[in-house]
Design a binder for this molecule. Structure first.
Ligand SMILES: *[C@@H]1O[C@H](CO)[C@@H](O)[C@H](O)[C@H]1NC(C)=O
Ligand SMILES: *[C@@H]1O[C@H](CO)[C@@H](O)[C@H](O)[C@H]1NC(C)=O
Ligand SMILES: *[C@@H]1O[C@H](CO)[C@@H](O)[C@H](O)[C@H]1NC(C)=O
Ligand SMILES: *[C@@H]1O[C@H](CO)[C@@H](O)[C@H](O)[C@H]1NC(C)=O
Ligand SMILES: *[C@@H]1O[C@H](CO)[C@@H](O)[C@H](O)[C@H]1NC(C)=O
Ligand SMILES: *[C@@H]1O[C@H](CO)[C@@H](O)[C@H](O)[C@H]1NC(C)=O
Length: 362
């Protein structure tokens, strides 16, 4: 009898369930994708071939749209995790689902956006069949998180899962691909109307995430996407495309207003908005001069190395730490590290109303 009680007590120290560290859940697009799209066999947006991953241990492509680690990895490290949360789609057993639900998971998918159709190829019935999917949209990412929440509730019970999730961190980096596809399709929807639709869809996604237990939310806004090499290459002078950058600025103010509104409905949430626009602009125009090359991509061909996506046949710069851009769309690992550090400890010009370290401690 006594032994039984003792065993039970010991057992419960080991299994009591509530982990000490809050988990980190990451959502969004290629800026945060750590290999999700490698699990979509026919996705057009994959980075699981050279020269991607060239600066990874053993130089292996991991599906990250980077030469090495990306912003999600650096943020996870700054949050004190030993390793970056793995892709939700890589989870292939009940035991790993339990384990990573309490450490962190990454749902981000390259090419995806706030709108369900962003990144999908509508001509291939992509939405009907997983086989033809290009991306996992933000809406689907949140549905996947609902399964994680279910796992936590099974493990801990509803109330404890709610308390645990209140301390977990939710990071979202999305929006660029919606704006790109609005431009690319030469949509005849007026800009104002498009932005307002984007804002209200984003708000609905966040409401769902909050209803699933998110309380600490870090959002990264859209960088000056008109300045990425692929877009500069379309401008004869090599300058940034102003229209895209204007949309990025409008998007930022849209999410500032949105978060204000959400916070007024849910005063229990804590949030932080990273201003990717100002962060990048300050690198491009000073005062921050960290990179020697801020216009051309490191890996690619043609004008600004941006005529083709990076692939095994394209050229590769030798010093990746000197380049802001890795390929025609994505930052180098070095630039992603600067961004993550700025989000973690920067002032209100870059991250508002509190920075990510304050969000974690809140
Ligand atoms: C499950 O995932 C692990 C880690 O990614 C991998 O090593 C293993 O081969 C996978 N198992 C199956 C059956 O796919
Ligand atoms: C859509 O998919 C079809 C069939 O795979 C392909 O030929 C076409 O180029 C794709 N369209 C776009 C816009 O990616
Ligand atoms: C191209 O770049 C120049 C600056 O070099 C800028 O003035 C112009 O507006 C840009 N063109 C477009 C279409 O944005
Ligand atoms: C820095 O950039 C200049 C001009 O783009 C180039 O000539 C020079 O070789 C670069 N230096 C290094 C160390 O990459
Ligand atoms: C951001 O975070 C650091 C802690 O890492 C904190 O000390 C600092 O006050 C914050 N910076 C600003 C300007 O809010
Ligand atoms: C971002 O930069 C612009 C232009 O330099 C400035 O007007 C704006 O106040 C900055 N935004 C924030 C939130 O500091």
């Amino acid at each position: 009898m006594v032994t039984g009680v003792l065993l039970l007590a010991l057992f419960c120290i080991g299994c009591s369930g509530i982990p000490e560290k809050p988990a980190v859940y990451i959502f969004g697009d290629s800026t945060a994708d750590v290999g999700t799209n490698s699990f979509l066999p026919n996705s057009q947006f994959r980075a699981n071939y050279p020269h991607y991953g060239i600066d990874f241990p053993k130089h292996i492509p991991t599906g990250r749209f980077s030469n090495g680690l990306n912003a999600a990895d650096f943020i996870a490290k700054l949050m004190g995790l030993e390793s970056s949360p793995p892709p939700f789609l890589s989870i292939n057993s009940t035991s790993s689902m339990k384990k990573y639900s309490m450490i962190g998971l990454n749902f981000a998918s390259g090419g995806s956006g706030i709108l369900d159709l962003t990144g999908e190829n509508v001509t291939t019935n992509a939405l009907k069949s997983k086989k033809n999917k290009n991306v996992v949209s933000l809406g689907e990412q949140i549905k996947q998180f609902a399964a994680v929440r279910g796992t936590l509730a099974d493990l801990m019970g509803q109330a404890a899962a709610r308390n645990y999730l209140a301390n977990c961190l939710f990071f979202i980096s999305t929006g660029s691909n919606d704006i790109f596809s609005y431009y690319l399709t030469r949509s005849n929807v007026p800009e104002k109307e498009f932005m307002s639709t984007l804002g209200s869809k984003y708000e609905r996604h966040l409401e769902l995430l909050i209803s699933l237990g998110a309380r600490k939310i870090g959002i990264i806004s859209v960088p000056p996407i008109g300045c990425c090499p692929s877009q500069r290459a379309m401008n004869e002078s090599g300058g940034c495309l102003d229209g895209l950058n204007e949309q990025a600025v409008t998007f930022h103010s849209t999410i500032r207003i949105m978060m204000d509104r959400i916070n007024s409905r849910h005063n229990e949430i804590k949030y932080s908005i990273g201003n990717a626009f100002n962060m990048t602009m300050d690198v491009l125009q000073g005062p921050i001069s960290l990179f020697n090359e801020t216009k051309a991509a490191c890996c690619g061909t043609g004008k600004l190395n941006a005529q083709e996506m990076c692939n095994p046949k394209t050229s590769l710069c030798s010093d990746r730490t000197k380049y802001l851009f890795w390929d025609s769309f994505h930052p180098t690992s070095a630039a992603s590290e600067v961004a993550a550090t700025t989000l973690f400890q920067g002032g209100p010009r870059y991250v508002y109303p509190i920075n990510f370290s304050q969000l974690a401690a809140a």
